[in-house]
Design a protein around this ligand. Structure first.
Ligand SMILES: NC(=O)c1ccc[n+]([C@@H]2O[C@H](COP(=O)([O-])OP(=O)(O)OC[C@H]3O[C@@H](n4cnc5c(N)ncnc54)[C@H](OP(=O)(O)O)[C@@H]3O)[C@@H](O)[C@H]2O)c1
Length: 301
């Protein structure tokens, strides 16, 4: 059972949700560090901080997550997503601690027809995906007790994400054009944090390695945008929120080709979570139910 947990990147979506979820367990001593307290580009700082605190578990949600920008900043993406997890894993191993590290659906090419399972071949098609895969490999090479949780399409009431972008654009424009040929599971930061809370008490060292961890079901970015606008409209009057300019009928489905981006995204990002269900008796809520929960937590400024 873990008693002292160190978390990185607590101002990120998952880090923030984890910090708050872990705080509900008063038996835990949680050391929550943001970028100013632990910069992952500084290997010496990682070693110093881990040794100073001597946690029995490190959780690493911090990452370089700017998928398009990573194409022109590969060194920085690799420093944060690959070199830093290696140092975290080495230092955790040195003090006998375990590590939970987060990864992504973007380690896959997206060419598979069916949902991906953990043993499928990885083949990242972006610098971001390549740097995250390098991080996974670095962590597993150290050989300490670890979980690598691959998640997808993370969003929430806190942080910058697709939910916030769609609501901003829908308040400014009459029509939205959203990609409908990339499929995946929108996954709320709250769902991820709650899943980690459920995993911790039952985690044995013999259950380690890569796990898919996403909300159930799947949709496209277009389907997700429609759901966001629908759910907003459902609660808009009781929450006193302003009317959106975009009507659901004015959200248009487009192809990836019609919306070129610097980084290529997988067409199929659907992750099968059977391994998580088998080893931890855990199934995350349906993505639409999770969206309703995030809407409840959403505060419009
Ligand atoms: N976002 C997604 O859609 C998505 C999808 C699949 C997988 N994932 C993975 O899920 C995990 C959590 O992602 P997220 O959505 O919570 O990301 P996020 O909201 O972008 O947060 C990332 C955090 O990492 C911190 N960070 C960046 N560079 C750092 C550095 N040099 N030193 C220390 N901290 C640094 C950021 O600090 P600042 O707050 O100071 O910027 C931020 O708080 C990551 O491993 C990510 O790769 C995310």
């Amino acid at each position: 059972m873990f008693r002292k947990i160190l978390i990185t990147g607590v101002n990120g979506q998952v880090g923030h949700a984890l910090k708050h979820a872990l705080a509900t367990d008063t038996t835990l001593n949680v050391i929550s560090l943001d970028r100013s307290q632990l910069n992952l580009t500084d290997a010496e700082a990682i070693r110093r901080v881990v040794h100073a605190h001597k946690p029995d578990l490190i959780i690493n949600p911090a990452a370089y997550t700017a998928v398009d920008k990573a194409e022109s900043e590969p060194e920085l993406a690799y420093a944060i997503n690959a070199a830093a997890p290696r140092v975290l894993a080495e230092e955790a191993a040195n003090i006998g601690a375990s590590l939970i590290h987060f990864s992504t659906d973007y380690v896959y090419s997206g060419n598979k027809v069916d949902p991906y399972i953990e043993t499928d071949a990885t083949h990242p098609i972006s610098v971001y995906g390549q740097s995250k895969l390098a991080g996974e490999m670095a962590v597993s090479a150290v050989g300490l007790p670890h979980l690598i949780l691959r998640t997808s399409w993370v969003y929430g009431a806190y942080g910058n994400n697709f939910l916030k972008t769609i609501l901003r654009l829908a308040s400014e424009r009459e029509e939205l054009r959203i990609v409908a040929d990339q499929m995946g599971a929108p996954t709320s930061s709250q769902s991820i944090a709650q899943a980690v809370m459920a995993i911790l008490p039952q985690w044995q060292e013999n259950t380690h390695g890569v796990y898919h961890l996403v909300n159930s079901g799947f949709t496209s970015w277009y389907g997700f945008a429609l759901a966001i606008v629908d759910e907003y409209k459902r609660v808009q009057i009781e929450r006193g929120w302003p009317v959106l300019k975009t009507l659901p009928s004015n959200i248009k489905a487009i192809t990836t080709q019609e919306f070129p981006t610097l980084a290529v995204r997988p067409a199929n990002s659907i992750l099968d979570c059977t391994k998580l269900a088998t080893d931890f008796a855990l199934q995350l809520p349906n993505w639409r139910a999770a969206l309703i929960e995030e809407m409840k937590a959403l505060r419009l400024s």
